[in-house]
Design a protein around this ligand. Sequence first.
Ligand code: LRH
Ligand code: MN
Ligand code: MN
Length: 385
Amino acid sequence: MTDIKAALRAQRIETPSWAYGNSGTRFKVFAQKGVPRDPYEKLADAAQVHAHTGIAPTVALHIPWDKVDDYADLARHARDLGVGIGAINSNVFQDDDYMLGSVTNPSARVRRKATDHLLECVDIMDATGSDTLKLWFSDGLNYPGQDDIRARQDRLADSLAEVYARLGDGQRFLLEYKLFEPAFYATDVPDWGTAYAHCVKLGPKAQVVVDTGHHAPGTNIEFIVAFLLREGKLGGFDFNSRFYADDDLMVGAADPFQLFRIMYEVVRGGGLEPETGVAFMLDQCHNIEPKIPGQIRSVMNVQEATAKALLVDREALAAAQAEGDVLGANAVFMDAFNTDVRPLLAELREEMGLAPDPMAAYAKSGYFEKIAAERVGGTQAGWGA
Ligand code: LRH
Ligand code: MN
Ligand code: MN
């Protein structure tokens, strides 16, 4: 139990700046009270999530949604609040120029612009002390024949190589794949195999990030996790839940069992060890629920799944597996999943000097009432209008 608690105490879950802003679907963005008006206030809200959970000390930025004049100053502000800047997320999907793609666009001018943005993101890493660049490309095709699928892979490889060469010591990039959307016929980085192949070619500073919402229904995500971790190419997660497509709902809400299976493979593959560099990030929007509690709940959901994964009796499991005891092995696995870990986590929080129930502690803190009164005209998360 001491080992389990130590592992849980050491786990770090990163929250995304965009979770704190207003968001919605393409039909409606619902404005909420007290929403941050700038990146500085987003960091203040993220600091609340860390204050109540004790395991969310970094915040991912999204450029240009979090554009500021002075990134070193933003990083200082984060430090003053007790948090740090996590992954820098690039954005090459919002300009008119990117209608036919960014780094894979048939136009050399647009490709240059997109790659320059990625390089600017590395500058921001330098200024903030962030060690991770997260790359997601909305590039793809809507119609067969629209562009040359293979040439687009060449263009992608060229851009990635340029960005890779710009990375400093201790910096890396994570390449994110997504099955479809916004392109509907073909996507240029549609799956982990494509991302993996590009990363292997580039070298150790390029790894794959698994966004749990970016797969076809029924995909065995834990297999992908096990495979990438074994190859040293699992850079981290963008956690969220999906029911249909890229729903960006709270992680562990739709399918806590899937999250447990994923976390078991992480534990099994040593991915909780900080040296492996596996980053546990949230990538979510809270369209209809309050944002700070939505993030607190999500952090707790990952933590609960991790605790259950750590509870799997690995020795008993290995013995049952070696004997070909199908039902016995499955029972060992399910015993861990069916354990109520909430008392264990409440105890751990008390040992860490935190309130045992972060949701209740936040509600009691008065922070929401304060921001609701102080902040007028909060910003949109960046998309969804
Ligand atoms: C793309 C994505 C990617 C983006 C984020 C806002 O669907 O998951 O990580 O940067 O959404
Ligand atoms: Mn993502
Ligand atoms: Mn997504």
